[in-house]
Design a protein around this ligand. Structure first.
Ligand code: PMV
Length: 322
């Protein structure tokens, strides 16, 4: 019997960068995100007494090192919790190509947690699934609940989890991902988080986070797109300032990143409202409203370095599929 789970990737409006507990992946601050409707992972997990070892296939290819080690470690924890003795066969597929520069750890660990816990006989609540996903990859805890999500920083393992603020159909926002760089990033986010504190701006950043979280929640509840966008953009630049001033510095941007940012500013100057945000990579997420997305997509396509644009609406949360 195979258990199959679907989980979305998510884009953070208020970012998680830096942890106060490395092992438990407890974040330095709370964060807010939106699930992505068109960037997801589907994972199947099967436990069988005939299997001789755990096997992990990613996009049809068996892998045994790198990413697979993190997957096996996560599986081990779920097996311990459920007292499952059998080995597993895990098959994971991302609908977005690995080379698209879209991180798969959030959707990947959320889908794995749901599929493996269910297949091993555990009946977990959404909160428990979020906590368990967090232990695989911090941002994965935000891919469990639906729509617009808050991850409460918490003080211990059991109170640092994510929950839904609003369902996907609450507000028709779009995230147009302008892909300007493909392939794996040189510094993983796990390594990056560990360097955050070395930036002289880190403490100042963290001091302002709870206020920013409450401001963006206000903007969301009022559907105030201007206020939301201004916070989202300031927040992305703030996080990248910490990254760039870490020791050694982390530069995730490419020239194309700046070209897209400039295009977003130009669009706004000419009356089309949209705002950028950027994760630990060079690609730019452009947040906009439904009425403007076609025009913005066309404009972004005209930027020389843009290889493709992935169009996302607000996505559902992780769920089992038949
Ligand atoms: O979950 P991780 O370790 O991949 O960290 C995610 C970090 C950012 O994407 C840069 C920000 C975020 O909150 O998603």
């Amino acid at each position: 019997m195979k258990t199959i789970a679907w989980a979305p990737s998510n884009i953070a409006f208020i970012k998680y960068w830096g942890k106060y507990n490395e092992k438990l992946r407890l974040p330095a601050n709370s964060s807010i995100s939106m699930n992505l409707s068109e960037a997801y992972t589907i994972t199947s997990v099967e436990f069988n007494e005939r299997f001789e070892k755990d096997v992990f296939l990613l996009n049809g290819k068996q892998i045994e090192d790198g990413e697979a080690l993190r997957v096996f470690e996560h599986l081990k924890m779920i097996k311990e919790l459920s007292k499952m003795k059998n080995h597993a066969r895990i098959e994971s597929k991302n609908n977005f190509p690995k080379a698209s520069g879209i991180a798969s750890s959030a959707s990947g660990f959320a889908a794995l947690t749901l599929a493996a816990s269910k297949a091993s006989g555990l009946e977990l609540s959404e909160k428990e699934l979020s906590i368990l996903s967090r232990l695989g990859s911090g941002s994965a805890c935000r891919s469990i609940p639906e729509g617009f999500v808050e991850w409460k920083k918490g003080k211990t393992n059991t109170d640092s989890y994510a929950f839904s603020l609003f369902p996907p159909d609450y507000w028709e926002l779009y995230d147009l991902i302008a892909v300007v760089g493909e392939g794996n990033k040189k510094i993983s986010s796990t390594e990056g988080h560990a360097k955050a504190e070395s930036s002289p701006f880190y403490k100042t950043r963290i001091k302002g986070m709870e206020r920013k979280v409450s401001e963006i929640k206000k903007a969301l509840s009022k559907k105030d797109f201007t206020h939301l966008g201004e916070i989202v953009e300031e927040e992305a630049v703030n996080m990248h300032s910490v990254m760039m001033t870490s020791v050694p510095p982390l530069f995730y941007w490419l020239p194309g990143t700046l070209s897209v940012m400039t295009q977003v500013l130009d669009l706004r100057k000419n009356g089309t409202e949209c705002y950028f945000t950027i994760d630990a990579g060079p690609n730019v997420h452009v947040i906009c409203q439904k009425s403007d997305f076609q025009l913005i997509k066309k404009k972004l396509s005209g930027v020389g370095e843009v290889k493709r644009i992935l169009v996302n609406k607000v996505g559902k949360g992780a769920h089992l599929v038949e």
